[in-house]
Design a protein around this ligand. Structure first.
Ligand code: G4P
Length: 531
């Protein structure tokens, strides 16, 4: 296949949601449409179960299974759809943030009753850093939820993005009648329908048509007429350019578990979503259509089974064609590498691939050569940007309990942080190590792996911080005075950048106010925030 054809054919995206909003259910319905799975429940079985929080080995086992479905590819309407799975478990949020660097757009699932939730806000913040185009699917309309207009206001308010409904719900909960498609002026009547894909769609080009009253009842018909008038008055026409720029999110209403509103979502997605996009590097911008291959590693999955110590590095192809058994340049290590068994993750079965194109993700078996953000090229010396570290939320000091094993501990913690399991900061005096994660679970994982894989003996002591921000300033005096005042809250990250630990958001706000010449960055990649 030619590169250009392959690029035009591909759509690589992620589905994001606060846990329980319906991400897994929606993913499954999309896969059913694409024929990638035959039975409902196939994805669900791979979901990390919430009840398992206390048993991380169990979670790891489940994560192991879910590697197979880390990328779910299927064909639909002549397009190759690559869905990059993002772990719903909040302790793996950092994994999700990084996966978002490898997608070209996202579908955000909202629970109609809960509206915007804490994880929804965080995920959207990450999307907005890269101006990722977003489509919103308001789920669970078969249950009593918030009023649709208030939901739209809440989305605009809390997510700081303009919205434009493309379908509109008629009633909700027990009285949910269906949705009216504002774009093609058709009425999609709701059915409790867990298996079938077809449904009743009636074209109502004129809302004054009495058929509407017959189908949904006079009261709902009148309500719809009024509401559509309001929508047309309040919201501008849908503008694809604004969507592609990440400024405007089209909104759909439906019920994923009932397979309702999913087809409209998918059909619109195919029409409006972007094909694989290029990426910025430290040298220049790489266009997907360039003939030479480039790609970056955005996720590393380590196998905890001591009998299989392999890791899988997930590589997103940015440009050119990736081929099996071909030498590529590992830029950071300045060495040539070739891959005998690059793997694709097509729904359930992993298979070795011969070639892959921009937008695709391949799994590379790795024995410790890769870290998150690594770049492969055909020889050009460049490094992809935009795979930053995000502020951890839980901080612990790592203490070595066995001075004879300090080398092992050092090696272990460095490798684990390369994999992105956690971040490490060094504080003075004494080169003390502070480990930061987004979830408690990671500490169990780290401790277990340091003991079992590296033979180290360590202990974690909690620190009272909740945020780490990277600080820079053009005013050396102010930095010096900040250092004097906050010395015991300062550290260096692995790349020697200065980091400030704050105990609360309030204290962080105070610091920002007191030191106006210092910039406090939310991610390790400062330039990204100003794009
Ligand atoms: P997640 O991946 O975002 O965490 O959510 P998931 O799809 O697992 O959905 C969370 C729960 O919400 C599930 O119920 C699921 O069945 C339900 N759900 C999803 N879509 C809809 C919908 O459109 N309407 C209603 N009423 N519920 C929906 P559960 O009880 O946790 O699991 P299960 O036993 O039903 O599978």
């Amino acid at each position: 296949m030619k590169n250009n054809e392959a690029i035009e054919k591909r759509r690589t995206f992620g589905i994001i949601a606060h846990p329980d909003a319906g991400k897994t259910t929606l993913t499954e319905k999309l896969l059913l449409f694409g024929g990638a799975i035959q039975t409902a429940g196939a994805v669900k079985n791979n979901k990390i179960k919430k009840t398992a929080t206390s048993d991380f080995m169990e979670i790891e086992k489940q994560r192991g299974i879910s590697v197979a479905t880390s990328v779910m590819a299927f064909e639909y309407a002549g397009k190759q759809i690559n869905i990059l799975d993002t772990p719903g478990h909040k302790d793996f949020a950092e994994d999700t943030y990084r996966t978002l660097t490898a997608v070209d757009s996202v579908i955000l699932v909202i629970d109609a009753a809960n509206g915007v939730e804490s994880q929804t806000e965080k995920l959207m913040e990450v999307c907005r850093m890269r101006n990722t185009p977003v489509i919103i699917y308001v789920n669970k309309m078969d249950r009593e939820g918030k009023d649709a207009f208030s939901l739209l206001d809440e989305l605009e308010d809390k997510l700081d993005i303009k919205v434009r409904p493309l379908t509109w719900p008629i009633g909700m909960g027990d009285r949910f009648k269906g949705v009216y498609n504002l774009h093609d002026k058709s009425l999609n009547l709701f059915q409790v329908n867990k298996t079938k894909v077809e449904k009743d769609v009636v074209t109502i080009s004129d809302l004054n048509d009495k058929t509407l009253d017959e189908l949904v009842g006079e009261q709902f018909a009148n309500e719809l007429r009024e509401e559509v008038e309001v929508i047309n008055g309040v919201y501008d026409e849908f503008d694809r350019e604004k969507y592609l720029a990440g400024e405007l999110a089209p909104v759909f209403f439906g019920s994923a578990v009932n397979n309702f509103g999913v087809k409209e979502l998918l059909d619109t997605f195919i029409q409006i979503s972007p094909s694989p996009k290029g990426r910025e590097t430290d040298a220049r911008f790489i266009e997907p259509a360039e003939s030479k291959f480039t790609g970056f590693v955005f996720k590393i999955h380590a196998n905890l089974d001591p009998k299989h110590r392999d890791r899988i590095a997930f590589l997103r192809i940015v440009s050119g064609k990736f081929e099996r058994n071909t030498f590529y340049q590992h830029v950071r290590q300045n060495k040539k590498m070739k891959f005998a068994n690059p793997t694709s993750f097509m729904a359930q079965d992993k298979s070795i691939i011969e070639e892959a194109f921009p937008g695709d993700v391949v799994g590379l078996y790795d024995t410790g050569n890769f870290k998150i953000g690594d770049t492969l090229t055909e020889g050009e010396n460049l490094q992809f940007k935009g795979i930053p570290s995000f502020s951890p939320e839980i901080f612990m000091e790592l203490e070595n309990l066995d001075p004879m094993k300090s080398k092992q501990l050092d090696k272990g913690i460095h490798q684990l942080t390369d994999e992105g399991v956690a971040q490490m900061f060094i504080v003075q005096p004494g080169n003390r190590k502070i480990v930061g994660t987004v979830g408690q679970l990671q500490f169990e994982v780290i401790q277990y792996r340091l003991t079992n894989e590296y033979g180290a003996n360590c202990r974690f002591t909690p620190k009272p911080y909740t945020k780490a921000v990277w600080i820079t300033s053009d005013n050396p005096e102010q930095i010096e005075s900040f250092k004097r005042a906050k010395g015991n809250h300062l550290a260096k990250d692995k790349d020697d950048n200065l980091v400030f630990f704050a105990e609360t958001q309030f204290l962080l706000d105070m610091a920002e106010k007191d030191y106006p010449d210092i910039t406090f960055h939310k991610t390790s990649e400062f330039k990204l925030e100003t794009i």
